[in-house]
Ligand binder design. Sequence first.
Ligand code: NAP
Length: 323
Amino acid sequence: MRAVVRDRYGPPEVMRLEDVAVPSPRAGQVLVRVVATSVNLSDWEGLQGSPAYARFGGLFRPSRKILGSDIAGVVAGVGPGVTRFGVGDAVYGDILSMTGGFAEYAVAPERALALKPAALSFVQASTLPQSGAIAVQAVARASPGRRMLINGAGGGTGAFALQLAAAAGIHVTGVDNAAKLDFMRSLGANRVIDYRVEDYTRTGPYDLIIDLVARRSVFAYRRALAPGGTYLIVGGTMRALLRVVTIGALIGALTGRHLSVLAVKQSPEQFGQLAGCCADGSVRIHIDRVFGLDQVPEALSYVGTGQALGKVVVLIDPAADSS
Ligand SMILES: NC(=O)c1ccc[n+]([C@@H]2O[C@H](COP(=O)([O-])OP(=O)(O)OC[C@H]3O[C@@H](n4cnc5c(N)ncnc54)[C@H](OP(=O)(O)O)[C@@H]3O)[C@@H](O)[C@H]2O)c1
């Protein structure tokens, strides 16, 4: 099969398209013929090996040679003990724990997969698992009428989270670069901030801050929170993460705020409800660009350098997709 492989951490140039063996599903695993795989910032982080948590499973050399975690495709085989899926089923899911989606076939844990809603194409379904699970769990922490801010809201996760928050009657502020301000407004943001010209931590107070790209000090986050408010880091630098779980937790406790990590549960229950909203048209899937398998390095650069509005997808089998 064709797959995009890499042997070391580094820039997109370390990846190459190669012929490799089709993987075999083990117990509890499903072999998927991949039709489409969406790109997440976590792919870019896994490529670079930065932040340090992206080196999980390979400190000096990546143990996972093929990146790509948000897959949609057709079941081509099942390992022992698999009961929920059979050959020919259309499925989608997040295989972040194993990766391998930038290839014609990938193995997935059975528990990571769900049947693809018929109303969604493979390209559309591939955009949902990781971003959708984060967005659903982030917005669940706010309630109607409260002031929520999403930092990094113009990307894959933010595009879903803004729509869910607006639909729930939450007053939502989106922060991203200038090229994404109109996009965030179109998704329901009540207010938008260009992080290159305005410091959002001085624009509050907010009841809930969801940070997809944390880089600031815990004192700045604390300043932005209303009394009783919550700051949750989802992604960002290792330094920001360590500060939040140490000094941040302490400062929060002393000042009646809460600073912590949003540890996202990755499972079909988390992204399934968003898929329902996308299938009935109440949430829009915004796909900025679709690349081919031979263009994975460009696709990752496009997301990693912050150019993407919403989601980017790698279409591996165009003939099988109905979009
Ligand atoms: N906690 C968990 O359990 C968990 C699980 C899975 C994934 N994650 C993490 O969740 C995050 C999800 O990100 P995603 O896939 O939605 O990313 P994305 O699509 O790349 O969106 C991130 C956005 O943030 C913007 N940005 C960059 N620097 C910024 C700054 N300083 N201030 C404001 N905005 C900034 C980017 O644009 P520019 O670069 O142009 O500014 C981009 O529009 C990743 O960090 C991933 O590692 C966490």
